[in-house]
Design a protein around this ligand. Structure first.
Ligand code: AMP
Length: 211
């Protein structure tokens, strides 16, 4: 199964990708997580990406395409993968096509802007493994501590209200056109973002998979 998860920031792509990768036994490739890890490690890619991420802007396509090419070439991607947060522009989607990469389905997770702003103010991520929580909807078992790895939970710098508004603007202009792009290719399945469990069920149903 080669799957793309599309959706506005805060729609729950990362959370659903984590759940689906366990259920389907395939890796998730999250460019956001890869970039945050690169920033933490202080690599050249991290240095290039940091100012864009902090401003809520998109990292240049060539940086992203390089990251994805390299990641998809790894052996664990042979039996499938879930792309979370990529492609985010038509140019990225075209680069994937040009590289001969084909997908089985593209799931678009739909959500209102009001709900996005509410969710993102409560979002916390693990600084060690990138797992995502929400102080209201999906709290960790111990406050401030990751259930998966015991790492520290932090609020992302780009989850502040001003940066979220900028990211939403960028989403509408740069990423939303991908909905039509994949609809034209007959790959698009749209689901409504709801609770974590309901959204997972809706995605599995949209993919024609049993619970
Ligand atoms: P995310 O964790 O997916 O919300 O990504 C966080 C930030 O990383 C985005 O706001 C962008 O600055 C950058 N980013 C992640 N994925 C991409 C991508 N495919 N193209 C461009 N920028 C990206």
């Amino acid at each position: 199964m080669r799957l793309i998860l599309l959706g506005a920031p805060g729609a729950g792509k990362g959370t659903q990708a984590e759940i689906l990768c366990k259920k389907l036994g395939i890796p998730t490739i999250s460019t956001g997580n890869i970039l945050r890890a690169a920033i933490k490690e202080g690599t050249l890619t991290g240095l290039k990406a940091k100012s864009y991420i902090d401003a809520g802007a998109l990292v240049p396509d060539e940086v992203i395409i390089g990251i994805v090419d390299e990641r998809l070439a790894q052996p664990d991607c042979q039996s499938g993968y879930i792309l979370d947060g990529v492609p985010r522009t038509i140019a990225q989607a075209e680069a994937l096509e040009k590289a001969g990469i084909r997908f089985d389905a593209v799931v678009s997770i739909e959500i209102s802007e009001e709900e996005i702003l509410r969710r993102m103010s409560g979002r916390r991520v693990c600084e060690a493994c990138g797992s995502s929580y929400n102080v209201e909807a999906v709290p960790p078992r111990r406050e401030g501590i990751c259930d998966n790895c015991g790492g520290r939970l932090i609020q992302r710098k780009d989850d502040t209200p001003e940066t979220v508004r900028e990211r939403l603007k960028v989403y509408h202009t740069e990423t939303e056109p991908l909905v039509d792009f994949y609809a034209q290719r007959g790959l698009l399945r749209s689901v409504q973002s709801s609770t974590r469990e309901e959204t997972t069920q809706a995605i599995l149903a949209a993919l024609g998979m049993e619970k």
